[in-house]
Structure formats: structure tokens, C-alpha cells
Write a protein that binds this ligand. Structure first.
Ligand code: GEK
Ligand code: PPY
Length: 242
């Protein structure tokens, strides 16, 4: 279904929320709003397949409709692995359950979907954890602990796949990237009104950081190797290896 959440003028624009209106158009919204989204999801499966360890858990934190969880489930072949997709939006998890039943085949790794907050989720024996565009929605003060918690739950040799919308320290570069990003949205059929209303709605909900801030946090948590594996405009993805 086509995303028209911000197509008409709002009298009073509330904060962006992952409610049923958003969940029902989410595949179209994310495809038209995140350059490189298809590569991000497909690539997560390939990287997970390479780094997954036998008898371990693969976490997709902020799974939305389960796209990344399904990609992990499809690509990973290591024995004794299961995928755990977690989201605190009941609208997302409900729809993800239906999509997963349709999408998973018998050869794929099993997937559990959990409705809950990733900050309080018990995690253990992780070999792959994905934060695909999710950390940016946590309050700034919760982010260090979240990454540390993932690090502590990760087996030696395991990985964290982090993808985020980013901003840049250099004001000119930040402005240029922002404008090209709006060009991308226009080219994907979003109107000026849609772009402006969504931007306002996201203002106190989503807080992008610089690449340097993410890399420092990953290192501070203990991840020794952190590498960028994908960047499209202002969307970046890292692999961090324990
Ligand atoms: N504290 C939290 N606990 C659990 N879930 C949360 C929390 N905060 C936000 N979320 C959830 O994180 C998801 C972020 S979307 C991820 C896309 C997906 N990874 C994809 O690869 O398609 C990214 C985007 O829409 O830009 C939403 O479903 C929120 O409900
Ligand atoms: O649309 C934006 O501005 C984004 O940063 C991407 C996005 C995609 C889906 C939900 C929220 C944000």
C-alpha cells in the first residue's frame, strides 16, 4: 500500500509514531525514504551468514515488519541458530507475524517475534545482532548502555550490524547531503508538504548522530574492529566484530 501518511495538511501535527497507519504502509514508506534500503536488508543476511556461530541467537532489534529478521533467517545456515525479532510497536509485530508466516520456508532458520523494548530485552549467546535504523529512535542517554548490553551478550567472534541515518560535523557538507536527500524523496514521489510534515513529526523522535559518534561508542563498548560496509547519502551501515 502506498504511503500517504503526510499527504494532507495536518491541523496539529503530532510526533511520529510507529502506529497502525505507519505499519500498514511501512514497506513503501521505508523503500521510498531510505536510499539503499534493499541493499541494507539483503547485505545484513549475507554478513550474518558469514559470521553466525553455531548454537547462538541472531537478534533483529527494532524489527518493524521483520524484513531483516527474514533476511537473516533465509541466508544463515549455521546449526542451532534462531532469529529473534523484537519491536515495541504492537502494530508492527502483529503485521510481522502474518508476513513471516507467508515469507519463511522450511529451510530457513526459525524466527521468534517478541513485542517488547530492546532496552530491557534479556539477551544471551548472540552471534549476530542487528540495529537496522533503530538506535536513532532511542533517547541519547540510553544509547551507550544499549550498545554495551549487546557487546556483553555477544560471543567472541560475533558481530553487531548497525545502520543509521547520520549527520555530519561540517555544516556545509551536512546541508548538501540533506538537500540531496530531499531530492531523493521528491524523485520517489513525495510532495514538499509530505517532506516538510514528516520532518517536523520526526524532530523530537529521531536523533541522528555523526559517524564519529557511532564509531566512538562502538569502540568504547569494546568492539575492536568497526568497518563501514555500506553508505548511501546520509545512511551508513557498520559491522562491528567482537
Ligand atoms: N525501544 C524500542 N524497543 C523496541 N523497538 C523499538 C524501540 N524504539 C523504536 N523501536 C522500533 O524500531 C523500528 C525502527 S524502523 C526499523 C526498520 C527495520 N529494522 C527494517 O530493517 O525494516 C526504522 C525506521 O522506520 O526508520 C520501529 O519499528 C520501532 O517501533
Ligand atoms: O523519512 C525520513 O526522514 C527518514 O529518516 C527515514 C524514515 C523511514 C521510516 C520511518 C521514519 C523515518
Amino acid at each position: 500500500m502506498k504511503d500517504a501518511v503526510y499527504a494532507n495538511p495536518f491541523e496539529s501535527l503530532g510526533p511520529f509514531a510507529f502506529n497502525d497507519d505507519v505499519a500498514s504502509v511501512f514497506p513503501d514508506m521505508i523503500r521510498r525514504s531510505v536510499p539503499g534500503y534493499g541493499q541494507l536488508v539483503g547485505g545484513a543476511g549475507l554478513l550474518a551468514a558469514r559470521h553466525a556461530l553455531a548454537d547462538s541467537n541472531l537478534y533483529d532489534l527494532g524489527t518493524s515488519l521483520g524484513a531483516t529478521a527474514l533476511s537473516l533467517s533465509r541466508h544463515v545456515r549455521a546449526d542451532g541458530t534462531r532469529v529473534i525479532g523484537v519491536d515495541n510497536s504492537s502494530a508492527m509485530i502483529e503485521r510481522a507475524r502474518g508476513l513471516l508466516i507467508e515469507g519463511r520456508t522450511a529451510q530457513d532458520r526459525p524466527v521468534d517475534l517478541v513485542e517488547g523494548d530492546i532496552r530491557t530485552l534479556p539477551m544471551h549467546r548472540a552471534s549476530v545482532s542487528c540495529l537496522n535504523l533503530t538506535l536513532q529512535f532511542l533517547p541519547m542517554g540510553d544509547r551507550d548502555l544499549m550498545i554495551k548490553k549487546i557487546y556483553d551478550a555477544t560471543l567472541p567472534g560475533g558481530i553487531l550490524l548497525l545502520a543509521e541515518k547520520v549527520t555530519f560535523d561540517d555544516a556545509d557538507h551536512a546541508q548538501w547531503v540533506q538537500e540531496v536527500y530531499w531530492d531523493f524523496k521528491r524523485a520517489n514521489g513525495y510532495s514538499e508538504l509530505e517532506i516538510a510534515q514528516k520532518r517536523t513529526a520526526l524532530e523530537n523522535v529521531m536523533f541522528p548522530e555523526t559517524p564519529g559518534a557511532h564509531e566512538s561508542r562502538l569502540r568504547a563498548a569494546g568492539f575492536e574492529t568497526t568497518r563501514v560496509w555500506l553508505q548511501t547519502l546520509n545512511f551508513m551501515a557498520w559491522i562491528a566484530i567482537k
